[in-house]
Ligand binder design. Structure first.
Ligand code: SAM
Length: 315
């Protein structure tokens, strides 16, 4: 079974509220993570005595399926295993199927399926952030990797070594909204005699840059570090392309009363949504909600979360 799950799902109450439980519905959790939102969907189905549905779960991280099964056991929801990546909830015709894949590939994997609800909770899970093999966290010394999908050819160290000054500057500006981004890019390019291999080596460069521009404040240093890591992670994982692709897919595969739920964590993701909605003006309605105050104090990750619900505009 999976290692200890440290991820606390955000905005599950809001997700449950938005989710329309209906018999024979087809629901997709594009970012299974530790399974928190899939369980919320399942609990709503079961509480409404809906006994037939299909839940597809995708994630790039194979551990997600293990976390999900562990969570089912913790919640005492009984199930039978049908195959290594499919299970059936006991006493029902509710099937959960795991697709170990980028959510961008859903069109190819499920070409004929229409969805009643499609959820994406963006960004990495706490379990990946704390796993040194992902190299996502600036809090520990890790290899500078950041790939959520190990099939990707280029990692963070490759980008820092291979991108030109202008490309690095653009990366920090477009994906991190970082000020003095040219100075940071210049500093990285200047120290390239030795390839950066670890988060600590890279942090030292960011720290010198922050000290130069803002002084010695640890708070400022950590704020900028967070933005720089976010920018690199978005670039390595092609996160904006993936989000755009997901929205296109959802638009084509949503049932007439279906809903798309996207949980965003920063303005860059919100911008992608806004641009996409403008491109589809008049076709979709958009509602946004924020976490309840109680959740904000219980789960720091919820502080920047927003739930976006998209559905077909009524004709
Ligand atoms: C924030 S976590 C989701 C947490 C989950 N909602 C829960 O309640 O436990 C995001 C998950 O999405 C996965 N992910 C990120 N980008 C992906 C993509 N393009 N395709 C599939 N999974 C992706 C990550 O591996 C991570 O497990």
């Amino acid at each position: 079974m999976a290692k200890i799950n440290k991820h606390i799902p955000v905005m599950t109450t809001n997700v449950k509220g938005a989710f329309l439980a209906k018999p024979n519905g087809v629901f997709v959790d594009c970012t299974l993570g530790s399974g928190g939102h899939s369980i919320a969907i399942l609990e709503k189905l079961l509480s409404q005595k809906i006994s037939s549905a299909q839940i597809y779960c995708t994630d790039l991280d194979l551990r997600a399926w293990e976390y999900f099964q562990t969570l089912l056991e913790t919640k005492q929801i009984k199930f039978t295993v049908i195959s290594p990546q499919e299970l059936k909830i006991a006493g029902t015709e509710i099937y959960c199927k795991f697709l170990h894949s980028n959510f961008n590939s859903l069109e190819r994997i499920l070409p004929t399926v229409k969805f009643d609800f499609l959820l994406a909770d963006l960004g990495p899970s706490q379990n990946s952030l704390e796993d040194p093999s992902y190299g996502l966290s600036y809090n520990k010394t890790m290899p500078l990797d950041m790939r959520l999908d190990k099939n990707l050819q280029v990692n963070a160290a490759d980008l820092l070594q291979g991108l030109g000054f202008k490309q690095l500057k653009q990366l920090f500006r477009d994906y991190g909204n970082i000020k003095h981004e040219g100075d940071l890019a210049e500093r990285i390019v200047e120290q390239r005699i030795k390839r950066l291999e670890t988060t600590s080596e890279f942090n030292a460069i960011v720290q010198a840059h922050v000290a130069d521009k803002y002084g010695d404040s640890q708070v400022t240093y950590r704020k900028i570090l967070a933005k720089v890591y976010q920018a690199l992670r978005i670039a390595v994982n092609l996160e904006y392309d993936n989000l755009h692709g997901l929205l296109d897919l959802a638009a084509g595969k949503l049932t007439a009363d279906g809903k798309v739920a996207i949980i965003t964590f920063h303005s860059g993701e919100e911008q992608i949504l806004d641009i996409w909605l403008k491109q589809h003006r008049g076709k979709f309605q958009h509602q946004v909600s924020k976490p309840q105050p109680a959740e904000l104090s219980a789960n720091p990750r919820a502080r920047s979360a927003k739930l976006h619900i998209l559905f077909h505009a009524s004709k």
